[in-house]
Design a protein around this ligand. Structure first.
Ligand code: DAK
Length: 257
């Protein structure tokens, strides 16, 4: 793969993906989303990678899906177009993904960040769902994930009136994990990702899946899923190693099995 719209690199056990359409404020075109999907799948399959960081640049994480690419589309094209389906790839990634967000995270850009497992923001980050100004509504979780995070009152203002959130507000609402000065937000996101990559891999995978189930299942079903996942982990060498290391007062050596 030789991507044109993203930059991909490995930093120790972290896979870093940067959107690279700075002149268009990293608008998420179908081509970019296709490259993103491929890069995410490649890192997910790479045993040397334990976590992924998704980022843009200081001015923009991403100002949304590419408006120019969809302005004249018909409903049938939007429904049938396989490239729209590429947005779904992120939901199937098993490894933890951190969005490192600075500047604009609007529309699909914000929704993509919310589809990640954690968000590290710079002080200049601005989160919003401005689709109403285009005569549409959010299409990738902006009425669902956002509402669960901030509640109905604020979600209505954001979706219907384009009320934006500052980084500090997003932190208060539990939408982002940390806010740092713009000079260090990416470095801090990478540190957090290295920490994630150093945890027991099977437990990380099941932990991510179980937390995400909390958004999809009833409490009863979610608790049942969690209990099974907990029990299954006793089939791993890492569980034996983790508990032995605790008792022997040493650091565990994870094997990922
Ligand atoms: N698409 C295409 N180009 C964009 C863009 C976007 N979303 N955002 C910015 N650009 C381009 C501008 O057209 C401009 O290009 P040139 O005119 O120079 O060629 C360049 O980036 C710089 O933008 P501005 O000149 O506008 O810069 P300003 O600093 O004045 O303003 C801004 C920055 C971010 C406030 C403004 O650009 C803006 O309002 N952008 C649009 C934000 C927006 O409406 N975003 C939501 C788009 S709709 C789905 C998946 C995803 C979605 C839906 C469904 N499925 C899987 C079903 C998502 C939909 C959306 O995101």
């Amino acid at each position: 793969m030789n991507p044109q719209y993203i930059l991909v690199e490995k930093i120790e056990r972290v896979g870093l993906i940067r959107f690279n359409r700075p002149k268009a404020l990293n608008a998420l075109s179908p081509e970019l989303m296709d490259e993103l999907g491929q890069a995410l799948e490649a890192f997910d399959a790479d045993p040397d990678i334990g976590a992924i960081v998704l980022t843009g640049n200081e001015r923009a994480f991403a100002a949304g899906a590419d408006i120019k690419a969809m302005a004249t589309a018909s409903a049938a094209e939007m429904l049938l177009n396989d490239l729209i389906a590429r947005w779904e790839t992120i939901h199937h990634i098993k490894k933890p993904i951190i969005a490192a967000v600075s500047g604009y995270a609007l529309g699909g850009g914000f929704e993509l960040a919310m589809a990640c497992d954690m968000i590290v923001a710079s002080e200049s980050a601005q989160f919003g769902q401005p689709e109403i100004n285009l005569g549409v509504i959010p299409g990738f979780g902006g009425t669902q994930r956002l509402t669960r995070a901030v509640g109905k009152a604020l979600a209505m203002e954001m979706v219907l009136l384009d009320r934006r959130l500052s980084a500090q507000e997003a932190l208060q609402y539990g939408l982002v994990n940390h806010v740092y000065p713009v000079e260090i937000y990416l470095e801090e996101a990478l540190k957090l990702a290295q920490k994630l990559a150093g945890q027991a891999p099977v437990a990380v995978r099941l932990g991510k899946e179980a937390v995400n189930k909390a958004f999809e299942l009833s409490l009863h079903e979610g608790l049942a899923f969690e209990r099974r996942a907990f029990q299954i982990l006793f089939a791993t060498e890492d569980q034996k190693e983790g508990m032995a290391a605790f008792i022997e007062k040493r650091r565990p050596q994870w094997k990922g099995r």
